[in-house]
Ligand binder design. Structure first.
Ligand code: C2E
Ligand code: CA
Ligand code: CA
Length: 762
């Protein structure tokens, strides 16, 4: 009989060991405090049950007594560890740090007392207990001190029960089983133990239940996840999801739709609505072959437009049989709107709402490619002197004008056209040729210009039309064509329309050719400096103006008017100008070496030079390189420098002047800001072209103007050069005005440097 018990207890120890190993090797739960406390519990239970087995198995009283002592001590530690485990498991009293210290101390004292039982036998003594004739073992009789141990143990038991009970009562229905099962198991084992102690069972059979307890503890604490709870959690989550979920069974009955889905598609709550919808969706689809798919859809719900990312999925069981399907709808309306807004911002001009340049080019390409049978025209519009409008009426008014322009164009356009604001005051329209009429645009233009026309100012709009004959060509060349047509009517004083015709087309092609040839021409010395003398009133040469000529290998000498504006437009002018300045500086140095220290050369400076290079740095290093006095290289600027960033240009001019350069105002009187120029630019020389005066008709008025300008310049301490002097009569008259120098064909044309030197120096 006793052997049977021994076998049972050994089996218990084995099961405990197996449980401990299983939990210890299970990766996911390895390191939690709870798992560690459970393993500790198992190890202690193994030691305790083995100690007890030993105590009843041996026939030597001393060895048996040692077994019992370990068994009693083990019980202490099992309970302490169980309490620790229960606290970890239930999270009850977790923040009580003093209790473990007290219980551990008492346990240690109790253990010491139990060990000393070997000497004093104050807790228990052994006695042979016979079950059958040859079947006996050492049982123990308890003494007074044993009760101290017992009370300590029952206090621990009570604490464990309180912890588990508290949790069992305070947890949700889903989790109650987890705690209740452990509580019942624990109370059960304690009851069996009590029965054994007080009702004289032969051996402590409660130990056998350690194994059952181990399985309970391991399973409920670490593995158990109640199915109803998982279900509850999942439905709560899907209910609250910000996406509509609808699922159907294999017979297409709607079995579930979450709150969001009901709000969107089934306000009445009648699931049949969803079933009808589903059937409609299936119509005309081979839905058997679709197992999952997704798409974007627009739904009108209570008058609002919603965009959904829709997913459809079928569900199959483990054997592959169809069980049902579900739809999920993600509301992407917000993202869509944000995306559309962003797209709009990137492709439209914020002021007028017209397309911007890049978007227009794309749109034109698309229209041309998609409508091969339709012929189109490109129409570009430009407000003449828009800068002036800005100055005169202020930027707000100018903006209003642009908005007005855009609105008028929009009003006249129909589908199949595109329209853009290319930059500042430039609009472009692509439209079918069949719909284009001059009248359509003229009425629009007149309407817009009436907006600003008043006594002081007449607003002029110019339009260029390009007939798209080469639809494969880059869109930019079509726009360029229309703009080129505008160039041809630049001088118009009333609203006008021009067409890109054959002549313009040829001009355009030569322009393209010029740009293509420019760089090579510059590096192979095709550009030559010509010099035109500027003489004083005695007819003596003191100064020359450097004027460029392109000596083209095929086309001969090309005048600057054919390429300078183009180089200015494309930004290449600075390359030519720096080259010319260097030629001039070199010449001045050469003249010095011949002893002509007092002679100067004027060079032309384009407004674009201010942007593309560091003008100060370039000019200063030139005069330093050739060791010439800066005043000998005179700088001709025109009022175009006032068109943009006036202050910046003025700063540069001031610093050049400070360094010692002399500044000439060229073509004085040709534009609208000449007087401003006089006031703001610290110029030394004023240069006026006879051409601006048209002396023939109103000779006496013209003379008065020259006289006045000369005296104005004198009053401002400036010298005066009159250029474009062609006749003796002009010379005679000018000699009486007080002008300082004269320049013009009457004296000489611009000459190649060598010829100039032959005539004037040698
Ligand atoms: P500009 O600076 O006003 O130069 C004077 C222009 O008047 C020159 O034309 C010159 O040949 C011309 N001219 C001289 N005397 C008379 C005359 O008695 N009657 C008439 N009708 N014309 C006369 P050109 O050389 O054809 O230059 C035209 C313009 O090209 C220049 O006007 C200047 O603005 C520009 N230019 C010339 N060379 C350069 C250069 O190297 N750099 C830059 N940025 N511009 C240059
Ligand atoms: Ca000039
Ligand atoms: Ca001039």
């Amino acid at each position: 009989m006793i052997k049977l018990y021994i076998l049972l207890f050994m089996l218990t120890a084995f099961i405990l060991l197996a449980c401990a190993v299983y939990i210890g090797t299970k990766h996911t739960i390895k390191h939690s405090k709870l798992a560690i406390s459970i393993i500790q519990l198992f190890v202690l239970a193994i030691i305790t049950s083995l100690a007890y087995t030993h105590a009843i198995a041996v026939k030597d009283p001393k060895l048996s007594e040692v077994g019992y002592i370990v068994y009693f001590c083990g019980i202490d530690w099992i309970l302490i560890t169980f309490l620790f485990y229960a606290r970890q498991y239930t999270k009850v009293w977790l923040d009580n740090y003093a209790a473990p210290l007290i219980t551990n101390t008492i346990a240690v004292l109790d253990n010491i007392s139990l060990i000393t039982n070997l000497k004093w036998h104050h807790a228990f003594t052994l006695r042979e207990k016979r079950i059958a004739l040859y079947d006996w073992f050492f049982a123990f009789d308890i003494h007074d001190y044993y009760y101290v141990h017992l009370i300590f143990c029952y206090i621990l038991v009570a604490m464990i029960i309180v912890v588990l009970l508290k949790k069992t009562l305070q947890t949700s229905g889903f989790h109650r089983t987890r705690y209740l099962s452990i509580l019942l198991m624990f109370v059960g084992i304690i009851l069996i133990n009590v029965l054994y102690l007080f009702f004289n069972f032969p051996v402590d059979v409660s130990i056998c239940f350690y194994a059952v307890a181990a399985i309970f503890v391991g399973y409920y604490s670490l593995l158990y996840n109640p199915k109803t709870f998982v279900e509850y959690m999942l439905t709560t989550i899907t209910e609250r999801m910000e996406c509509a979920l609808i699922s159907y069974d294999e017979n297409d009955n709607c079995i579930y739709s979450n709150q969001f889905a009901n709000r969107m598609f089934c306000q009445t709550g009648d699931k049949r609505v969803l079933e009808v919808r589903f059937r409609k969706w299936r119509e005309g689809k081979d839905s058997n072959s679709i197992s999952n798919t997704s798409w974007n859809d627009v739904y009108n719900i209570n008058g609002d437009e919603y965009r959904f990312d829709v997913h459809f999925n079928k569900i199959y069981d483990k054997r592959g049989y169809y069980c049902g399907c579900y739809f999920s709808f993600y509301d992407v309306t917000g993202d869509f709107i944000a995306y559309e807004e962003e797209k709009y911002r990137n492709s439209h001009d914020s002021l007028t709402g017209a397309l911007n340049r890049e978007a227009f080019f794309e749109e034109v390409r698309r229209i041309l490619d998609e409508n091969l049978g339709v012929e189109y025209v490109m129409v570009c519009g430009n407000i003449k002197g828009f800068k002036l409008i800005n100055d005169m009426f202020g930027p707000e008014e100018a903006d209003q004008l642009l908005i007005k322009c855009a609105d008028t164009i929009r009003e006249k356009l129909k589908k199949g056209s595109a329209f853009a604001r290319l930059e500042a005051d430039r609009f472009a329209v692509l439209m079918p040729k069949s719909r284009y009429t001059e009248e359509l645009f003229m009425t629009g233009m007149n309407k817009v210009s009436n907006y600003l026309n008043n006594a002081q100012y007449r607003m002029v709009i110019l339009l260029g039309v390009y007939d798209i004959f080469d639809r494969q060509a880059p869109v930019i060349s079509m726009v360029d064509g229309a703009l080129l047509a505008i160039e041809s009517i630049k001088g118009s004083f009333k609203n006008a329309i021009a067409y890109y015709g054959d002549m313009l087309r040829r001009e355009y092609l030569t322009e393209q050719k010029i740009i293509g040839e420019f760089e090579e021409a510059l590096s192979t010395g095709q550009f030559a400096m010509f010099l035109q003398p500027v003489v004083n009133m005695d007819g003596k040469f003191v100064l020359a103006e450097a004027l460029v000529r392109w000596i083209h290998p095929d086309r001969g000498i090309i005048a600057p008017a054919s390429f300078i504006p183009l180089l200015e437009k494309t930004g290449y002018i600075y390359k030519l100008d720096t080259y010319m300045w260097e030629q001039a500086a070199k010449r001045l140095a050469y003249w010095s070496s011949l002893g002509y220290d007092e002679l100067s050369i004027s060079v032309n400076i384009s407004v674009k030079d201010f942007y593309y290079i560091d003008l100060y740095e370039t000019l200063v290093s030139l005069v330093e390189k050739y060791h010439i006095a800066p005043y000998r290289l005179k700088l001709e600027i025109t009022e175009t420098i006032f068109m943009t960033e006036k202050e910046r240009q003025l700063d540069i001019i001031h610093s050049l002047k400070e360094y010692g350069f002399l500044i000439e105002i060229d073509d004085f009187g040709s534009g609208y800001s000449s007087l401003n120029m006089l006031k703001e630019v610290p110029a030394d020389i004023l240069k006026m072209d006879m051409a601006f005066l048209s002396m023939d008709k109103n000779a006496s008025k013209g003379r008065k103007i020259v006289n006045t300008i000369v005296s104005l310049a004198k009053a401002l301490d400036m010298m005066v050069i009159i250029e474009g002097v062609e006749t003796e009569e002009q010379v005679n008259y000018l000699s009486g005005t007080g002008a300082d120098y004269l320049q013009g064909y009457y004296f000489n044309k611009p000459l190649p440097v060598k010829r100039f030197e032959e005539e004037y120096l040698l």
